[in-house]
Design a protein around this ligand. Structure first.
Ligand code: CA
Length: 226
């Protein structure tokens, strides 16, 4: 997916960047207000270019939401070149900060760099996916779309193991061995059943069904998209 969202209220810049992105093989969509930006399904984009001064508010609000939702990477694109704005943007989680006026080649190069870094994180295996559910090992975080699912340490370990072995049946014994706890005790069979039950409940009605019980053997995490 090479779809980029441009949040920018200056028509000339929107036109210029849209053309530039198209030439580079990206698909660009543009909105000119924060209100419209908040209505977009951000999962459809690989990157966001964000202006700070918008007619109905400041780009910071959008950046805050993206950081909270762990959404697509954001490059701030603004005429504001104060050091304090740059620091604020990067500290709030923006992946890069480009000031206007900018050179087309440099903007494209910054975009490629941000996308490359994001891909490296995903390919390092630190981020696992199953449908809309994303598990981030580094941040010990599970998201279902834009909803964070709060798991206990045990539920997280179990879910991570299922994610790492997606679409394979794991025997109860394999799961019990893996869930060896820090004190060296085996998690007992009943604990496993209860943990799976709690995990399904937390994942919710639809998502909970991705954990399939394989009768007499164990469990399997199924990704309908694979
Ligand atoms: Ca503006």
């Amino acid at each position: 997916m090479k779809r980029i969202l441009l949040i920018e209220d200056d028509d000339t810049i929107v036109y210029g960047i849209s053309e530039l992105l198209k030439e580079e093989g990206y698909d660009a969509a543009a909105v000119s207000t924060l209100r419209e930006a908040f209505c977009m399904d951000i999962r459809a984009f690989c990157l966001v270019l964000l202006d700070l001064g918008l007619p109905d508010g400041e780009g910071w609000d959008f950046l805050r939401k993206m950081e909270k939702d762990k959404g697509a990477p954001v490059i701030i694109l603004t005429a504001r070149e104060d050091e304090k704005d740059i620091i604020k943007g990067l500290d709030m989680g923006a992946d890069d900060y480009v000031t206007k006026p900018f050179k087309a080649g440099i903007l494209l190069s910054r975009i490629r760099a941000v996308l490359r870094r994001r891909r490296e994180v995903e390919e390092s295996g630190a981020v696992l996916r199953c449908g809309d559910i994303v598990l981030d090992k580094n941040r010990t975080l599970v998201m279902d779309g834009d909803r964070e699912i709060a798991l206990t340490a045990g539920e997280f370990r179990l879910f991570m193991y299922l994610m790492e072995n997606k679409n394979s049946t794991l025997t109860r014994n394999a799961l019990l061995r893996y869930l060896w706890d820090s004190s060296g005790d085996y998690v007992n069979d009943n604990t496993l059943t209860v943990t799976v039950k709690r995990l399904r409940e937390k994942l919710g009605e639809k998502s909970g069904r991705i954990i399939r019980t394989v009768r007499g053997i164990g469990y399997k995490l199924e990704d309908e998209n694979d």
